[in-house]
Design a protein around this ligand. Sequence first.
Ligand SMILES: NC(=O)c1ccc[n+]([C@@H]2O[C@H](COP(=O)([O-])OP(=O)(O)OC[C@H]3O[C@@H](n4cnc5c(N)ncnc54)[C@H](O)[C@@H]3O)[C@@H](O)[C@H]2O)c1
Length: 254
Amino acid sequence: MKIALIGYGKMGRMIEQIARDQGHAIAVIVDPFAGNTADGIPVSKTIAEANFDSADAAIEFTVPATACENITALAQRKIPVVVGTTGWHDKLDEVRKVVEAEDSALLWSSNFSIGVNLFYRIAWHAAELFNKFNEYDIGGFEAHHNKKLDSPSGTAKTLAEGALSRIDRKKKIVWDTLNRKPSEDELHFPSLRIGSVPGTHSLFFDSQADTIEITHTARNREGFASGAVLAAQWLTAKKRRGVFTIDDMLKEYV
Ligand SMILES: NC(=O)c1ccc[n+]([C@@H]2O[C@H](COP(=O)([O-])OP(=O)(O)OC[C@H]3O[C@@H](n4cnc5c(N)ncnc54)[C@H](O)[C@@H]3O)[C@@H](O)[C@H]2O)c1
């Protein structure tokens, strides 16, 4: 597979390394701040300037402000795209219309780690069990490096919203600082930004007698990168068209 990398920051570079290790090639890099690469891969500042002739798929990890524009530009060129950028999902309906109108393909996820996606399932099954036992309160937190632009993380939203929908006594999530006691129907899920943490997400079930803590700790960015490359292969293998999430891909495994 030949991959166009949209965004050549921490994730773009990790994807390049993982893709090459797996025998794929990089067709082009698009990043306004990337310099020339040592091995002559063409680098463009914008999608409009880039040549996608040899690209089978694009993988987009940029910044929230530009993701929708990038997806639109790629859809217009019929380049299937895997999008890992977070912080734009409130515009998903608009983006879906564009991708479908252009008969192109998009697979998005707020977390491409296979481990995290299996962790969701474990945590949500736990929420279903604790739903039956009112003595347990439920909450969580997430921690990320201090360069992250959005909070809460997309992963935290997916995790906490999935838990909320399974606990009848909880009606809403509170993400922010509470300068009061939480009410019984609130699920508190704050964010911590510190150092270079690649991503930690925890869900707690707490009673007077005990605490059950379910945590996923990313050690580095490799898990996200290999999941994104796998998603690009899944999207291109059957020339899929439409809008997908990582769940659509995982259904073929679990
Ligand atoms: N879904 C996941 O699994 C997952 C995992 C890690 C990070 N992320 C998200 O991916 C995004 C990128 O993360 P990162 O750690 O690589 O960030 P980063 O800051 O290291 O890199 C972002 C890159 O995007 C480039 N960029 C900005 N505007 C651009 C544009 N218009 N076109 C092309 N490139 C552009 C920047 O120059 C920079 O090099 C963030 O939103 C982050 O939250 C998602």
